[in-house]
Design a protein around this ligand. Structure first.
Ligand SMILES: NC(=O)c1ccc[n+]([C@@H]2O[C@H](COP(=O)([O-])OP(=O)(O)OC[C@H]3O[C@@H](n4cnc5c(N)ncnc54)[C@H](O)[C@@H]3O)[C@@H](O)[C@H]2O)c1
Length: 270
């Protein structure tokens, strides 16, 4: 086996990507399949999950070293729903030893709100999905990992969990990043450290990926402002997190736990 294969191949491993139908989650699922893993895309959005499975399976069809990709539906804020999915995944693919948490609540109507009057129901919903749902998924799949003698959990935070959103870049675009989002993403950072420390004896490594903003046809003014505020001068493509994701899930990061990997075009560097 080549050194590169030893470090990065995931042949036969079972990986769950919670929020795997989303922009970043689907790209993470793709790279894991490419490295040989059997990947369960777990998402609330059944149709989007199936679409991603189709896209990934078609794109990687000609690569004989690929694993497989499957869609499962679960609401990560509901322990029973998660448990049912975990049992089904285990029956179909085997026990998961890799988990990514790439969910987020994307509500409308509260972005742009002043923190002084950020609606309580929006705050609660963001916390429920972005914090409680991440813990519940970690709890659920840590059981699978424990049964296998270990695994890797990677939680997705955000630059806005490390530093404040910069209100100057939003201008008149009508959007902003609310106080609940940044607060929830900070919680994920320390949840990661806490779980890393407490599950070390089960061989479970827990790390956090901190992405910067992905280009998604936001308005011209916002993209220009975001880009000029970023040392690399542009927003990210969703596939630019694949390298870090594979590193964090694979033996290449075997001595890393409780750590934060920041991939943000330099946003937090100045
Ligand atoms: N896109 C960015 O610019 C960006 C920047 C920094 C950090 N992040 C973080 O990266 C992660 C992925 O971001 P994204 O842009 O791919 O998000 P996205 O909104 O495209 O995808 C999130 C996915 O989570 C799913 N989801 C929502 N609630 C759920 C629930 N209760 N149960 C199960 N699934 C649920 C959605 O259906 C969706 O498919 C998020 O945690 C986000 O906070 C994103």
């Amino acid at each position: 086996m080549s050194l590169i294969d030893k470090l990065f191949r995931l042949d036969g491993r079972v990986a769950v990507v919670n929020g795997g139908a989303g922009r970043i989650g689907s790209r993470i699922a793709e790279v894991l399949v490419s490295a040989g893993a059997h990947v369960a895309i777990l998402d609330l959005d059944e149709a989007a999950g199936r679409q991603q499975v189709e896209r990934i399976s078609q794109d990687l069809d000609s690569d004989s070293r690929c694993g497989t990709c499957h869609a499962y539906v679960a609401d990560s804020t509901d322990p029973e729903s998660l448990q049912a999915a975990q049992q089904q995944i285990e029956a179909d693919l085997g026990a998961a030893t890799i988990l990514f948490n790439a969910t987020q609540f994307r509500g409308t109507g509260f972005y742009g709100s002043d923190p002084a009057d950020h609606p309580l129901d929006a705050w609660n919903k963001v916390m429920e999905v972005n914090v409680t749902g991440v813990l519940l998924a970690c709890q659920t799949f840590h059981r699978s990992m424990k049964s296998q003698g270990g695994g890797a959990i990677i939680n997705l935070s955000s630059t806005y969990g490390v530093v404040s959103a910069d209100p100057r870049i939003y201008g008149d675009s009508g959007v902003n990043s609310p106080v609940s989002y940044g607060t929830s993403k900070s919680a994920v950072l320390n949840m990661t450290r806490y779980l890393a420390v407490h599950w070390r004896e089960h061989g479970i490594r827990v790390n956090c990926l901190v992405p910067g903003g992905v280009f998604d046809n936001q308005g011209e003014e916002f993209v220009k402002n975001y880009s000029s505020r970023t040392p690399l001068g542009r927003m990210a493509r969703a596939d630019e997190y694949q390298g870090a994701a594979l590193f964090m899930a694979s033996p290449a990061s075997s001595y890393m736990t409780g750590s934060i990997v920041t991939v943000d075009g330099g946003w937090t560097a100045w």
